[in-house]
Design a protein around this ligand. Structure first.
Ligand code: 5AD
Ligand code: SF4
Length: 473
């Protein structure tokens, strides 16, 4: 066993990057790396980057500037700090990163994380290593599984990647270029991962993928399984109390998924279903392959399968050609659907995408104004949704001690943080909570089942948002 070395990973962007960061930690654990929260003392810093919008990728270069200073200071103390850039900016701009920032030792694209140990060894020999190929082998077959203590340290809720990449080619989106073509993992590999997680205390699994409901992994019967069948199978694994999936494309919702929502109590009734715009002209220009009416009908199908279903979504304002009428159609769609929350973004042209060739027609001021109006509408819907919980009893899966002593925080079915006064023994359990009040985005309540010390109303953590950050679909 080599001397422990310290590894700091900073992830930007989506859930897939959070998951990938964990897999990089798992891949480097056999090399003697242990995680540190402090980049300054690290022997290796990995920036796990996001390329989805311009702002996200700009952050990389400013972060690298700061790391260069830290690296120089480490060198003055006689210590070598290696810097690696991973994720989608690495994939899209690998050679440019090497050129622009001499402090970078390794650039590694998302499909090559299993090669990290070799790439680091190459850099340690004095070179600089760049790997952004889409290798023929499947990285999942080579990445070591997480150790039991790593699983337990990560808590009772875990992500599992079931597919990667996207074949949809929305005209604004870099994902098909940075993450490549859609690839689904086989059912038995996913089952193996979920069992291992469940055996080590994980109670909630979120299946992730850039276009998760395009899933069609090989089943044990030799046929491709749709996402609904995969969920149905995973729901039978002992210990798994809650299942979620993200991010879905409206066009890829099939009957198996709708039926899964009807039949599986473990499948949470909270669906992230990006629509991007409510205008058919803009949806066509975005190559979304569905109309606003298709989306409305789809929402109805979900709700008839399970009336408890709530939706979240993603929106882009200011796509080239978006008129005041187009934007009004987006507001109308939001009003009709009624969201529990949503993300909204200003359009940002991404190099290499078809939309980047289009003339931008919406001024910065109009884009700002549209974003504010949309966010106000979504916020009012989210507040109404949260307020509706007050006075009701909801099931909460308790996750961890909250910042305030004596308080435990968990999540409702709709990912709302919920706080109660209770002992740590409730962590990992799903218990009914009577909701008394709301503080920002957090529900405050008390355990509904008789429990000692359960009757305090307490302050929440300041977690601002209850939605998952997703990239894709
Ligand atoms: N400009 C603005 N927003 C974008 N998104 C993806 N690409 C762009 C872009 N070029 C948003 C979409 C997607 C979410 C993850 O990010 O809304 O669903
Ligand atoms: Fe694929 Fe989603 Fe990007 Fe469209 S927005 S190309 S569905 S990842």
């Amino acid at each position: 066993m080599t001397q422990p070395r310290k590894l700091h990973i900073k992830s930007f962007g989506c859930q897939m990057n959070v998951y990938d960061a964990q897999r990089m930690v798992d891949a480097l654990a056999p090399e003697g790396f242990v995680e540190t929260a402090n980049p300054d003392e690290a022997d290796l810093v990995i920036l796990n980057t996001c390329h989805i919008r311009e702002k996200a990728s700009e952050k990389v270069y400013s972060e690298l500037g700061r790391l260069r200073v830290a690296k120089d200071e480490a060198a003055l103390q006689g210590r070598r700090m290696a810097i690696a850039v991973a994720g989608c900016v690495a994939q899209a701009e690998g050679a440019e990163i090497i050129r622009r920032q001499p402090a970078v030792d390794v650039v590694v694209g998302p499909q090559s994380y299993h090669h990290l140990p070799q790439l680091l060894a190459e850099a340690a020999r004095g070179g600089r290593a760049l790997e952004t190929e889409f290798p023929v082998e499947d990285k999942f077959g080579f990445l070591p599984p997480p150790q039991p203590d790593a699983i337990r340290a990560r808590g009772i809720s875990a992500f599992v990647t079931v597919q990667e990449g996207c074949d949809k080619f929305c005209t604004f989106c870099v994902v098909p270029y940075t993450r490549g073509a859609e690839v689904s993992r086989p059912v038995d590999k996913i089952v193996e991962d979920v069992r291992r997680l469940a055996d080590n205390g994980v109670r909630e699994i979120t299946l992730i993928g850039q276009n998760v409901n395009a899933y069609h992994g090989d089943g044990p019967d030799g046929r491709p399984w749709p996402l609904g069948d995969l969920l149905r199978h995973l729901a039978t694994i002992p210990g798994i109390a809650r299942l979620r999936y993200s991010t879905s494309h409206p066009r890829d919702v099939d009957q198996s998924l709708i039926d899964a929502h009807r039949d599986l109590p473990a499948l949470m009734p909270f669906v992230h279903l990006p629509v991007q715009s409510g205008s058919d002209a803009i949806l066509a220009a975005m190559n979304r392959k569905h109309t606003a009416d298709d989306y409305r009908r789809l929402a109805d199908r979900f709700r008839s399968a399970n009336p408890a279903i709530a939706f979240s979504s993603d929106f882009i304002v200011g796509f080239p050609g978006e008129t005041a009428e187009d934007f009004a159609a987006t507001l109308a769609l939001v009003t009709q659907i009624g969201y529990a929350g949503a993300y909204s973004f200003k359009y940002s042209p991404r190099p290499g995408t078809p939309a980047a060739e289009l003339q931008e027609t919406v001024s910065a001021a109009v884009m700002d104004e549209r974003l504010v109006r949309l966010q106000e509408l979504i916020d009012s819907q989210q507040s109404a949704f949260n307020e509706a919980a007050i006075g009701t009893t909801v099931e909460v899966l308790f996750e961890r001690a909250a910042r305030n002593p004596g308080q435990i925080v968990g999540r409702t079915a709709y990912l709302q943080p919920a706080h109660v006064m209770a002992g740590p023994e409730i962590i990992g359990r799903i218990l009914p909570v009577r909701i008394d009040s709301l503080e920002r985005y957090s529900l405050i309540g008390e355990l509904a089942a008789p429990q000692p010390h359960a009757a305090f109303v307490t302050r929440p953590d300041s977690s601002p948002q209850s939605l998952p950050i997703t990239t894709g679909a």
